[in-house]
Design a binder for this molecule. Structure first.
Ligand code: ADP
Length: 247
């Protein structure tokens, strides 16, 4: 496999993460993974349970530090950031979407979507104003004041997508975003994430078991025992040739 793309916004370069196990052996959770994400690119990450997907997401988020290799955001190694800069990366440059939504119960959709701004001490009225266009973009313009218990699963995930995007991050890290949804709702959510990623030029790392995800991804990667086993392009053959010619 070639090295990270030159225009990558997020690059994992030879990343290794080991965990000690109870038996004294070392678990190679992530083993020499090199992966670059360009603006607007959607990379689907498949792999069986225990293959290292969650660990890879935590490395990409700077929640875990690699034992070897580097994670770079806009050419800067996360290991070289100060604590304040790393917190800024996590709060403002990346957005998370989870399988189980993680919305705040009893809080209206618009304030759930605005939560990162509120945590950043943006005044409520201004934070709500910033969240409204995102809720409209995800198709919830008429559900602004609904609390999560008054929203369907698909609608809750739409709020979570608006929340992830509200402060214009450069990267979305999505962990099984369709895992709690039926096939149709899942497909709608994948289409929404893909559409927004391309229009906003946000890179998306999409951990998923969902076979539908390949249709929306630019690349499908497979992790096995911590190693990247495949790093294929999901596009048609002419696109593949063009991409290779560019790359
Ligand atoms: P996945 O998300 O693909 O299920 P994980 O990244 O959670 O995989 O786990 C990869 C491997 O690392 C597994 O063998 C798992 O048991 C191990 N592992 C994950 N977290 C820890 C930890 N905190 N301590 C020890 N081993 C861990």
């Amino acid at each position: 496999m070639s090295g990270p793309a030159l225009d990558a916004v997020l690059e994992l370069d030879g990343v290794v993460k080991h965990y000690p196990s109870l038996g004294g052996e070392v678990v190679h959770a992530v083993d020499s993974v090199t992966l670059g994400l360009s603006p607007g690119e959607i990379v689907a990450l498949h792999g069986p349970s225990g293959s290292g997907k969650s660990t890879l997401l935590m490395l990409a988020a700077g929640i875990l530090a690699p034992d070897a290799g580097s994670v770079r955001f806009e050419q800067r190694d996360l290991a070289e950031l100060s604590a304040g800069e790393l917190a800024d990366y996590q709060r403002r440059k990346i957005g998370f979407v989870y399988q189980s939504f993680h919305l705040m119960a009893g809080v209206p959709a618009v304030e759930n979507a605005a939560i990162k701004l509120l945590a950043d001490r943006v005044p409520l009225a201004k934070a709500r104003r910033a969240a409204i266009p995102w809720l409209e973009r995800v198709g919830l313009g008429r559900r602004m004041n609904h609390t999560p218990d008054r929203l369907s699963g698909g609608e809750r995930q739409r709020v979570a997508i608006a929340r992830a995007l509200v402060n214009n991050p450069r990267v979305i890290l999505a962990d099984e975003p369709t895992g709690s949804l039926d096939t149709q709702r899942g497909e709608e959510i994948l289409a929404l994430i893909a559409g927004i990623a391309r229009e906003q030029q946000v890179a998306v790392l999409l951990v998923t078991h969902d076979p539908q995800a390949a249709a929306f991804a630019d690349r499908v990667c497979t992790l096995r025992d911590g190693k990247l086993a495949a790093n294929g392009f999901a596009g048609s053959e002419p696109e593949l040739v063009q991409r290779q010619a560019r790359g």
